[in-house]
Structure formats: C-alpha cells, structure tokens
Design a protein around this ligand. Sequence first.
Ligand SMILES: Cc1cc2nc3c(=O)[nH]c(=O)nc-3n(C[C@H](O)[C@H](O)[C@H](O)COP(=O)(O)OP(=O)(O)OC[C@H]3O[C@@H](n4cnc5c(N)ncnc54)[C@H](O)[C@@H]3O)c2cc1C
Length: 241
Amino acid sequence: MAGARFDTLIVGCGTAGAILAARLSEDPGRTVGVVEAGRDYPAIDALPAGVRSHRSSRGLVTSLNDPDILGFPDWGLTVHSNPLQPSVPLPRGKIVGGSSSINGGVFFRTLREDLDEWSLANPDWTYDACLPYFVRLETDHDFDGAYHGAHGPIPVNRAKPDQWVPLNHAFHAACVALGFPNCPDFNAPDAWGVGPVPVFNPTCPNCNCCMTRSACCASRVNRSIRQPRRSGCSRIRASIH
Ligand SMILES: Cc1cc2nc3c(=O)[nH]c(=O)nc-3n(C[C@H](O)[C@H](O)[C@H](O)COP(=O)(O)OP(=O)(O)OC[C@H]3O[C@@H](n4cnc5c(N)ncnc54)[C@H](O)[C@@H]3O)c2cc1C
C-alpha cells in the first residue's frame, strides 16, 4: 500500500462504500482504492456460514440482542441510551460488504415525507427524484408497473399468505380489525397498513452488498482492497416477516 496513489480513496468497503467503489471503478480512466478493516472473502463459499445464510441458530438475524451476532464479523460495539440502562450489543459488520453482510435483508424504500424533508436542503432528494433509482435497483418478483423494477441487481419478494405462520395470520387479522388497511406492497408510494415486509433474499438467501459487489465488480475492485494494519417513523408500519 505504501506509495500507492488513487484518484479516489474510499475508507470502509461497507454498504455504501462497496457500491461507490463499484460505480466509480466503472470508469476505466479512474483509479479507486478501498481501505477496509474487515476481511475480504474471495468467494461466496468462503464466507462465514452466518453471513452466507443471513441466519443465526434462532432464525433471521434481525434482533440486535441476538447473541449469535457475536459469532459474526462484528465490531463488538455496545451502547446504552442513558447511564441507567444496561449496555446492549450494537452490531456493525466488519467485513467487505459491511453491515449489509449481517443485516436482516428487509428492503423498505424511504418514506416520501422523509425524502421530501431532506430535499429542503438538496432538491435532488425529493421522493419523485429518487423513485427512478429505487426502480433501477430492484427486480421485484411480486409487483410490476411504473413503481417497480424488473431488471435491477437486487431480487425482492415478500412472504405469501400461504407461507405465514398462524401468528402472522392472527396479527394481520387483528390489525385489519383495528382499522389498519391491508398492505400487500409496502414499497408502493405512500403505502401503509399491515402486510408482509419486502426482503431482498428470495432466490439467494445471502444476497448482500458484499455478494452483489462480488458479482458485479470483484475482479475490478478486489485488486484495490487493502486492510489497514490497525483498525481501529412518521407513519406506522405493522410488518410480517
Ligand atoms: C443486525 C442488523 C440488521 C439490520 N437489518 C437491516 C435490514 O433488514 N434492512 C435494512 O435496510 N437495513 C438493515 N440494517 C441497517 C443497514 O445494514 C445499515 O444501515 C447499512 O448497512 C449501513 O451502511 P454503511 O455503508 O453506512 O455502513 P456499513 O455497511 O457498516 O459499512 C462500514 C464499513 O466501514 C468499515 N470500517 C469502519 N471503520 C473503519 C476503519 N477505521 N478503517 C477501515 N474500515 C472501516 C467497516 O468494517 C464496514 O465494512 C441492519 C443493520 C444491522 C447491524
């Protein structure tokens, strides 16, 4: 690494950094360096089992208190919200792919009101301006039309009612009885209510940024990944997962 020079140096090859590296390095005239504290695995088969499957022994890794998360390539951070609270684990992925390597795969789009609020500072961030990028990002296996993509790198689906467990059905029925609308597609514009969450692991239970990155640009970016010596709701969503 000593003496290496790059047009762009990205620190952290996580969810955002990996995508940034992939996109910037599409330009053959630009050199991109990536510094990542965690390991880079050469192939999907070489990944730790939990990362490969996105599952701990208790199921999907969506609980911040899941002790199995400790077996993952994690920074080992803890947090407490005030001095009276006990510390709880704050998982953050320490691996190429970052926290997307250990996350739950839930694929919610940002709410319109949040994006429109951001756009007060930068008009490029309105919901309508971001929508084409949401569409471009996905291949939605359940819904099509103007608001959904069919050719993007991230496959998305939702649990079908015949896949729900009895508790899911009971929760859904109770919410509908309380007046929440049935919501089969949370990623439809302005959707709200109760329904299955969209997830990005329908065909590959291990589709994270790490692998998406691997699939789209491994040969290009891998050469530049280096490890440093030391490294140091505005709307209610009731979800079935
Ligand atoms: C357990 C869990 C479940 C989640 N579930 C979901 C979900 O279902 N759906 C969803 O959309 N989001 C989910 N999230 C949130 C989502 O994964 C994160 O918001 C997102 O991955 C953050 O991306 P990032 O690029 O900001 O950081 P990260 O992806 O964490 O990337 C940061 C990278 O920087 C590296 N790094 C840090 N410090 C240094 C250093 N000093 N030198 C070199 N490298 C460094 C890290 O190792 C890491 O690779 C979840 C997160 C966790 C932890």
